[in-house]
Ligand binder design. Structure first.
Ligand code: BEZ
Ligand code: FE
Length: 286
């Protein structure tokens, strides 16, 4: 009879001739750990068949508007583990966090201070700061790609009733590194939990909620691309983010501002809030 150890050894040996050393290393590691997982848990045939059905359903659900595999990566903490391995904290640079499944290419370019809201709703939030290098010198021309959810909890890519560009935009830092835009105060929301990831969360007694946040992706030639969030300090779920993505350095206070505050941005008539957030980029590429 073929023993479990001999099966694992045979599969590992099958990659010995792989000419790409890194691919060989990855496949060796994957097979070794996957086989060890099956052996340690004494994985039953019906359990492995169920896992394959779950992966098949995840594939069927995934397309332009839904990415169940990113959700698996996020909900199992793999996204944040890979992030931690890639960014060991370059002395003073802003910390990164998950991209998530709701970024979309081609957000409209908008002017300094413009609103990203294409329809009414939510508390206006003036988001401003500077893009700086590690010596706190401005990075003029850096591009900030921002996206966030609306008061109905949905991102535009999830909401068939919202304009495509709602609460999304790309901005350029000015000569002094300054950027500003008018968004809305983000609200906590559940990650999509009507598919296999949601069933895993419910079956294990986990909740699907993320604390309120805005997303920012910052790019500039000669600097490492930064994918990060601004978390609202007053939000619930900061201690139990469903995707493990909160870093204390990314939490900011959204200061309430009255309708008659002299700094009230153009186009705002009622109460609003503001959040200050400098972004520091590390040198590098991509
Ligand atoms: C998000 O923040 O948009 C997000 C991140 C991970 C999973 C689901 C949503
Ligand atoms: Fe988000």
């Amino acid at each position: 009879m073929t023993s479990p150890d001999r099966i694992t050894a045979a599969v590992l040996a099958s990659f010995d001739g792989c000419p790409d050393a890194r691919l060989r290393e990855l496949l060796h590691g994957l097979v070794a750990h996957l086989h060890a997982f099956a052996a340690e848990t004494r994985l039953a045939e019906r359990e492995w068949q169920a896992a394959i059905r779950i992966l098949t359903e995840s594939g069927r659900l995934t397309g332009d508007e839904r990415q169940e595999f990113i959700l698996w990566s996020d909900a199992l903490g793999v996204s944040m583990l890979v992030d931690a391995l890639a960014h060991s904290g370059a002395g003073g640079a802003t910390e990164s966090t998950v991209l998530g499944p709701f970024w979309a290419a081609g957000s409209p370019r908008r002017e300094y201070g413009a609103s990203i809201a294409e329809q009414a709703g939510g508390t206006p939030a003036w988001v401003h700061g500077r893009v700086l290098d590690l010596d706190r010198r401005p990075i003029a021309g850096a591009e900030l790609d921002v996206w966030q959810n609306a008061e109905n909890r949905l991102y535009a890519v999830q909401d068939p009733d919202a304009p495509e560009a709602h609460l999304r935009g790309r901005f350029r830092a000015r000569a002094d590194g300054g950027y500003a835009f008018l968004g809305v105060r983000p609200v906590p929301y559940p990650i999509p939990d009507d598919g296999p990831v949601g069933r895993m969360l419910h079956a294990t007694g986990r909740h699907p909620w993320r604390p309120a946040h805005l997303h920012i992706k910052v790019t500039a030639p000669g600097y490492r691309t930064l994918v990060t969030h601004i978390f609202d300090a007053d939000s619930p779920y900061l201690d139990s983010d469903a995707v493990f993505a909160v870093k204390p350095s990314l939490v900011r206070r959204f200061a309430p501002r009255a309708y008659d505050d002299p700094e009230r941005p153009a186009g705002v008539s009622g109460d609003w809030c503001s959040v200050q957030n400098d972004v520091v980029l590390a040198p590098g590429e991509g």
